[in-house]
Design a protein around this ligand. Sequence first.
Ligand code: OSB
Ligand code: MG
Length: 375
Amino acid sequence: MHIDGIHLREINLPLAYPFETSFGLTTGRRILLVEIESEGLTAWGECVAGEHPYFSDEMIDTAWMITETELAPRLLEADVVGGGDCPGIFRQVRGHRMAKAALENAVWDLTAQRSGVSLSELLGGTRSTIPCGVSIGIQSSVEVLLEKVEKELAAGYQRIKLKCKPGWDNRIFEAVRSRWPEVLLSCDANSAYRMRDIEHIAGWDQFGLLMIEQPLWFDDFYFHSMLQKRIETAICLDESIRNRRDALAAIEMDSCRIINIKVGRVGGFSEAIAVHNAAAERGVPVWCGGMLETGVGRAHNIALSSLPNFSLPGDVSASSRYWSRDIIEPEVTVSPSGQITVPTGVGSGFQIDTERIEALTVRRESIRTKARVTA
Ligand code: OSB
Ligand code: MG
């Protein structure tokens, strides 16, 4: 395919509800969207890098710079047949996986459109609906948290994930467990604990959690493996898993028994599928994580979640939990049984609300194929 232009935009969008994790509070998002123009078709990708380099070492401004100066020019020069070509095209650039993923995912979306199939089908999806959970941030009080949990369970969500940190752990697990003894419950520490906390974490076995997500260092396998040997509850790795090799190492070392796949964190759909397959072959279930995406990234998460080994409820939830109004149509909704229907239409299956995106845009840049100079 010939790629005619790549357009970068930053949109600013306030969150409908502030989101607090052990690494900080987010009240609004600055989001890099990429738009790829090719032979009359247009496809979008969302970069999930945050406003600060707190979840990973990427942030929107580094992603913007790398996309503009390194990735987009490479993609424009390359012979592209499909999204699977992108890792090779970007190989010389180390890291910057969230920046790479935004472009690669847009190329997959474009390929689905060109082939007249749904993105889910192109990726190898087999599910027509996906099971949904929610990630609930740190709240001002236990009472406020319980109200949130009640609201999400009433909406049908199949799994509740509680963000935790030292001082916001046993109290909330106890409160939620005593009120809902049977609910699928997990927690996510975003690396807030250290080995001195090992006995404290072992105490969580009594709460019957489905998993404990990324309790230790963001880049660690070894100490998670030591912790996993000491506790009964499954560890789930998020931040630590950057690619298929990391997944293999983590599984081999018993650093985790469940993997959270975020397509941005691993650099795009190609690597996400590779992690999915490696885990599936070893009997390790996976689920799709979230990064407070708009509808562009959410639609891509839905397509990815339709692959067979995404057997646990993911953090892919309704648009209205994040935005007063999303940037796709229709917005993402969740059924009373806590499921999202995987679209069967061509491409992502959602329409991009370009008018709304235009209104939210605060910065833009277009990169086009250099005119070839002929002698
Ligand atoms: O660790 O899963 C995480 C949000 C931002 C950064 C990291 C994480 C999260 C979430 C929210 O847990 C998931 C979502 O609802 O999008
Ligand atoms: Mg996480």
